[in-house]
Design a binder for this molecule. Structure first.
Ligand SMILES: CC(C)(COP(=O)(O)OP(=O)(O)OC[C@H]1O[C@@H](n2cnc3c(N)ncnc32)[C@H](O)[C@@H]1OP(=O)(O)O)[C@@H](O)C(=O)NCCC(=O)NCCS
Length: 158
């Protein structure tokens, strides 16, 4: 099991529906084609989908949305508010999420990264992820996607 050290004052809990407005603000500050409230709602309502948020003083600063598949969990998104990047929030959230998916019996975490998203590539490589597939022309802008994967720490019950 990995250690989970939390930045001072930060807590991690499941995303609630009243967090969605703040999440939309972070989406709009982070992506060219952000998810809106309806898209987030219809994603989070699915039984195999789980959202986790990192909160400081009750305000959400980062979130991860997971989709459980048969043997792995797919990271639909991991996003940190632009004003709070490089403070360890994403690392903290992914450590928490890894333990969570291991407890639910998943063997690995899988996710897609745009070839132009160097920050995310460096971030995931630093956490021990590796590229298992290059998906040519995968994104709407014609860019390649990298499929990253990493095994999760196995719990005794898994
Ligand atoms: C990628 C992202 C989630 C990283 O979040 P973060 O909270 O800033 O990451 P951390 O602070 O935990 O960074 C851990 C390490 O990852 C690497 N890293 C993170 N961002 C980086 C960047 N912009 N450039 C270079 N390395 C970076 C560094 O090694 C960093 O350690 P350091 O700060 O001690 O050098 C964040 O930049 C983000 O939300 N980006 C927009 C959304 C996105 O692209 N999500 C991923 C697609 S699935």
């Amino acid at each position: 099991m990995e250690n989970e050290s939390r930045p001072a004052g930060a807590t991690i809990r499941r995303i609630a529906f009243w967090d969605l407005r703040s999440i939309v603000e972070i989406e709009e500050a982070s992506y060219n084609t952000p998810w809106d409230k309806d898209q987030l709602e219809s994603l989070l309502i699915q039984p195999e989908v789980e959202g986790w948020g990192l909160y400081v003083d009750g305000k959400i600063h980062a979130y991860a949305i997971l989709r459980y598949r048969t043997r792995h969990a797919f990271v639909e998104t991991l996003t940190v508010h632009p004003e709070h990047r490089r403070t360890g929030f994403a690392t903290n959230l992914m450590t928490h999420v890894s333990q969570r998916v291991a407890n639910r019996g998943s063997r690995s975490l899988v996710l897609e990264v745009h070839e132009g998203n160097l920050a995310a590539q460096l971030f995931y490589k630093g956490l021990g992820f590796s590229v298992i597939k290059v998906m040519h022309g995968y994104f709407d802008d014609g860019a390649d996607g990298y499929l990253f994967s990493r095994r999760v720490p196995q719990t005794q019950s898994a």
